[in-house]
Design a protein around this ligand. Structure first.
Ligand code: C2E
Ligand code: MG
Ligand code: MG
Length: 398
């Protein structure tokens, strides 16, 4: 759809109040939109069946029904319209609706209080979000179990490291190891694809031990110049119930000459912990040895309050979905603040993931979050790049 300045764009107002339909149609007409109006869900569905719309303005309360029932039709109509919500309901409901629409894959420009102020509507229309870049076609890229086991056998799965930095003084406090599968010729396979594959096919323990070995060897290198800098390894819950884990870790620590304090185990409940008692037992053994335990992606619904009670965690990582929204979504910010204060009550250190800007780093530091991780400080890097980065680096002070 050409949305250049000389082509009129088509907009649909869905509102059961006639006066609002008229006001909005007039306001957007002045901006070069051709507006249609629908008074009910059925009218709206008929319009969507007839025409392609660039923008849909949707009232959340439509008499007997609600605007949410239209989201599916908007997603399936094929014209990928920008959605603006209007409502007399409170902010929480409008924000929840925006989140829901985003989760449906719709582009949401924002929400406005009714009666709609034409100036506010104009501002929102002038900055409608761009169409997302076409999603990479994962279908062609999905590896098989055989390819994965071959890659592991050939040491083709490599480990990168991303710094964790003190928000108070900019010191590097540790690195997170992240598994990478670069495939010569084609695009790398994202960890969100091959980690679940490794979990399903029973090779996740082998993969984890391989990443851990690379991580501890690299850590023993950077410790020569940065003796307090730890290394974190992601551990799937499936590996937690592997009774060889504590001994395997002992052996690797011994081989690399590292103390247990150099290692952080990051646990995500990406899959249900089948045997929580066995997992808690292993985690407690690790903690007694002096290994730090981190609860990863806290707040995503995978990593739960229940695990905080059950397992002896020493660190909590706030998921990047909260960090990245904390300036634009008041609810996300409330959750971040509540999480930081709860962690402090429980004596856990807090790491915020996904920090991309200075202003987010400052906000987090001001509420007492000690540590940050994200592109602002450094992207995941190979061991060689990391060692150079560490040695050249001036501390970034927030
Ligand atoms: P995670 O442990 O939560 O790792 C953090 C993810 O956030 C990484 O994605 C990292 O590249 C990304 N990230 C860091 N800073 C930023 C930022 O500022 N902005 C944005 N947009 N992203 C940022 P990655 O490497 O794709 O890893 C995804 C997940 O895959 C990890 O999430 C972890 O759960 C899993 N994973 C990676 N390596 C391993 C592994 O060796 N074992 C296991 N079990 N899981 C792994
Ligand atoms: Mg992690
Ligand atoms: Mg995480």
């Amino acid at each position: 759809v050409n949305s250049g300045p000389y082509v009129s764009r088509r907009l649909l107002v869905v509102d059961d109040e006639r006066i609002q339909r008229l006001i909005i149609a007039r306001a957007v007409g002045n901006l070069g939109f051709v507006a249609d109006a629908a008074a009910s869900l059925d009218d709206a569905l008929a319009c969507l069946g007839d025409r392609a719309y660039d923008v849909v303005i949707l009232d959340l309360s439509l008499g007997e029904t609600d605007g949410i029932s239209l989201l599916q039709a908007l997603r399936d109509c094929g014209c990928d319209p920008v959605v603006i919500f209007i409502s007399r309901l409170d902010d929480r409901i409008r924000i929840a609706s925006m989140r829901l629409a985003t989760a449906f894959g719709l582009r949401v420009a924002g929400s406005l209080h009714k009666p709609v102020a034409p100036a506010a509507l104009r501002d929102m229309l002038l900055q409608t979000p761009p169409r997302p870049a076409a999603a990479p076609d994962r279908a062609v890229n999905v590896p098989t179990v055989e390819e994965l086991t071959r890659a592991m056998h050939n040491n083709a799965i490599v480990t990168q490291f991303q710094p964790k930095v003190s928000l108070n003084d900019g010191a590097v406090v540790g690195m997170e190891s992240l598994a990478r599968w670069p495939r010569g010729g084609s695009a790398p396979v994202p960890p969100d694809v091959f980690i679940p594959l490794a979990e399903r096919s029973g090779v996740i323990a082998t993969l984890t031990f391989s990443v851990m070995r690379q991580a501890l060897i690299a850590c023993s290198q950077w410790r020569k110049t940065h003796p307090a800098c730890s290394v974190a390894v992601n551990i799937s819950p499936l590996v937690l119930t592997d009774p060889t884990l504590p001994d395997e870790i002992d052996r690797m620590l011994h081989e690399t000459g590292l103390s247990p304090g150099a290692l952080v185990a990051e646990i995500t409940e990406s899959t249900v912990i089948a045997n929580p008692l066995a997992a808690a037992q292993i985690l407690t053994r690790l903690r007694i040895k002096g290994i730090s335990l981190s609860i990863d992606d806290f707040g995503t619904g995978h990593s739960s309050l229940l695990s905080l009670l059950r397992m002896p965690f020493s660190e909590l990582k706030i998921d990047q979905s909260f960090t990245s929204q904390c300036e634009t979504d008041p609810e996300a910010w409330k959750i971040v603040r509540a999480t930081v204060s709860m962690a402090r009550e429980l004596g856990l250190s807090v790491v915020a993931e996904g920090i991309e800007t200075n202003s987010v780093a400052e906000r987090l530091r001001d509420i007492g979050c000690q540590t940050g991780q994200g592109w602002l400080f450094g992207r995941p890097m190979s061991e060689a790049t990391l060692l150079a980065w560490l040695n050249e680096r001036e501390p970034v002070t927030v």
